[in-house]
Design a protein around this ligand. Structure first.
Ligand SMILES: [Zn+2]
Length: 117
């Protein structure tokens, strides 16, 4: 009877092995695009290497794209509101103009009424 060798297995997570035979390890990205985003990378990776033999993102992509979409939606809402404001402004200006003319007319009518007295 062979003795059980499974007793030596640990509860440690086992990450996939890279093509080079070295197990990958979990790291955190330090790039501006993916700050703190966790990924699995080849345990053999050395700084200065251009690419990873093994590379796999653990965390989902940052919500940059979603945020960009939100910003664009807000910007178009802003534009619509500005347009509405402009329309209201124009309307107010028209009312002010109309008011001035009515006042002029009123003065004229009052003048006529005074001359009737
Ligand atoms: Zn490797």
């Amino acid at each position: 009877m062979p003795s059980s060798s499974s007793a030596s297995s640990t509860f440690q997570l086992e990450y996939p092995t890279c093509n080079c035979g070295k197990p990958s390890s979990m790291r955190k990205s330090k790039t501006k695009e993916n700050p703190g985003r966790r990924f699995l990378g080849c345990g053999n990776y050395e700084k200065g290497k251009k690419f990873w033999d093994y590379f796999y993102w653990i965390d989902p992509a940052p919500k940059e794209k979603q945020m960009e979409d939100n910003i664009q939606a807000l910007e178009s809402q802003n534009r619509a509101l500005l347009l509405k404001c402009q329309e209201r402004e124009n309307f107010v200006q028209e009312l002010v103009k109309e008011n001035k003319e009515l006042k002029k007319k009123l003065v004229a009518v009052e003048g006529v009424m005074v001359s009737y007295k």
